[in-house]
Design a protein around this ligand. Structure first.
Ligand code: HEC
Length: 115
């Protein structure tokens, strides 16, 4: 019983304001199968992606649609892309939308920690 209470307390602490930490768990479930520490044919590495130029890694072959996008991965662009990849860049090769606003915010916060 005490063990359960402690575990529950620890869980509610972790689920509090630690946005990037929540994002890390979501990332492991929803993104990591395609986004590893190094680029693979399944997806580009996302190290340093927050603030980086869109579709700019030399070690990944992007779709012409994403390659044609101007600008950088600002939080607003990351949010829009994750909400609806095909609306952000019609023809993009990533079909993994994250419809929930809070989940996207947590994932974007986590992307900032990938240095
Ligand atoms: C099924 C595989 C797959 C999943 C799952 C996936 N992605 Fe992707 N992701 C890709 C591919 C492929 C691209 C390149 C798309 C293109 O070239 O059109 C990409 C591109 C990106 C980019 C742009 C990278 C750059 O260098 O410009 C970001 C940011 C991104 N993904 C984030 C995420 C996040 C966050 C998640 C989880 C919510 C996720 N992806 C889930 C395959 C995936």
């Amino acid at each position: 019983m005490l063990g359960y209470a402690l575990a529950a307390a620890a869980f509610s602490l972790a689920a509090g304001p630690a946005l990037a930490q929540d994002g890390g768990a979501l990332f492991n479930m929803r993104c990591k199968m395609c986004h590893q520490a190094a680029s693979t044919p399944l997806g580009p590495a996302l190290t340093g992606v927050a603030g980086a130029k869109i579709a700019a890694r030399p070690d990944f072959t992007y779709s012409p649609a994403l390659k044609a996008k101007e600008g950088a991965w600002t939080d607003a662009n990351l949010d829009a892309f994750l909400k609806a990849p095909m609306a952000f860049a019609p023809g993009a090769r990533m079909q993994a939308p994250v419809p929930a606003d809070d989940a996207r915010a947590a994932i974007v916060a986590y992307l900032h920690t990938l240095k």
